[in-house]
Design a binder for this molecule. Sequence first.
Ligand code: NDP
Ligand SMILES: O=C(O)[C@H](O)CS(=O)(=O)O
Length: 492
Amino acid sequence: MLDSVTDLRSLLKDPSLLETRAYVAGEWIAADNGSTFEVRNPARGDVICTVPDLGRAETARAIAAAEVAMKDWSVRTAKERANILRAWFNLMMANQEDLAAILTAEMGKPLAEAKGEIAYGASFIEWFAEEAKRIYGETIPGHMPDKRITVLKQPIGVVGSITPWNFPNAMITRKCGPALAAGCGFVARPAAETPLSALAMAVLAERAGLPKGIFSVVTSMKSSDIGKEFCENPTVRKLTFTGSTEVGRILLRQAADQVMKCSMELGGNAPFIVFDDADLDAAVAGAMASKFRNNGQTCVCANRIYVQAGVYDAFAEKLGAAVAKLKVGDGLTQGTDTGPLITEKAVAKVEDHIADVLAKGGHVVTGGKRHSLGGSFFEPTIVTGVTQDMKVSTEETFGPLAPLFKFDTEEEAIGYANDTIFGLASYFYARDIGRITRVQEQLEYGIVGVNTGIISTEVAPFGGVKQSGLGREGSHHGIEDYLELKYICLSI
Ligand SMILES: NC(=O)C1=CN([C@@H]2O[C@H](COP(=O)(O)OP(=O)(O)OC[C@H]3O[C@@H](n4cnc5c(N)ncnc54)[C@H](OP(=O)(O)O)[C@@H]3O)[C@@H](O)[C@H]2O)C=CC1
Ligand SMILES: O=C(O)[C@H](O)CS(=O)(=O)O
């Protein structure tokens, strides 16, 4: 039973990775006022440990230390920065199992998924270690005979980072990787539900040789206070956020006062379209991977599944059979496919969406209620007879609920899919190349998965359009968000 930090340490090869102090300016600290908050295991509700509940004063110290550390870090050669980031990557992969156990303990996802997240998160450190050496400037033919024009790319400055609980490792590395590669200082504020993965990351950062102060982890329940410190502190030049569109709007309003550069990875409402020329078995496998990854708690999960009328019944039957095989349980138990939801509030949102479907004439065909395991476990669920006016269509469920919509024509499917304020990920299955070309071009999303339900990789630009965000993370594009262009006009 995970009812104390001692128990979790017993699972680790290197117990020192379970750090319960905050990491500020290169020091492991308590909160100035000694306050702490509990970190719970969502599978059982047990308290794993407590961590410091830092406030604005400690955050300001982390920001100041990052500015000082940048004076050295930003002028090191790209290769020096790259070598340290590579060492960090190597340490993350060498400690993958321990990092996964810590992640599962605090977030609940199955160990296999947690191991996958550690590798996915580490891949951003590896990728941007390489990109550090390719931050090229430009020379431009002068506009007058005595003018010489060059363009420099320089680190934007100290970065404030706010990330959610659903990917406690990868959402931080997807930001600190490019920021540190560019020469920036970085202050991470992880979600209160999942601070331990970030602290373990900091333990390995020290071992990798990241200089004191360049990377800090501020643990806090006071998310609004920390966000305000990031937005109001004049030393912070960049805010990077992953989370809901609702909170993204709050932060953008706050950051506007300093005209602060912002990267926003916000909410999604992914359509998953199955056309009648699709490989149905492949479409079912893709829908399972997209919908039930992380128990439906990702911003790129299929949120709405649209199936063309001619294959609707066959797809629904196949999907039902696949869902019935999912093993619900504690993420630390081998063989678990889907763990608990993160909180009771998350369960309530899934129940609310199901109740709305039933109230408006839809039907539950699989699952539909809390799991017999109790707590925040929920039965993987399929509903049918759903329409565009239901909450499952207009809101992000963020849970194991698969609504099957029926459509007749290609134009109808595209219209339904685009009928949302969000524009992050989208998916469709088809085999006709003309249809594939038409649909991929008309979907209003930053990401389109064609005949695949999983699109997450460090090599591609991840991000949304409309109200799903600003900027891109990953790929060679991802480092641009942490650089400023400087134009030099030399008169000779
Ligand atoms: N586009 C993407 O990549 C992702 C988008 N999301 C979206 O986020 C939602 C689910 O994640 P969830 O964590 O609940 O999202 P939230 O937006 O509620 O929280 C995200 C982070 O922001 C913090 N936060 C909340 N309010 C404030 C504030 N006023 N000022 C500063 N920080 C604040 C939270 O801290 P605390 O929890 O401690 O309050 C948390 O660390 C879904 O809509 C999902 O789609 C989630 C992950 C990735
Ligand atoms: O927070 C999320 O949901 C992630 O951005 C999704 S992914 O990058 O892991 O696919």
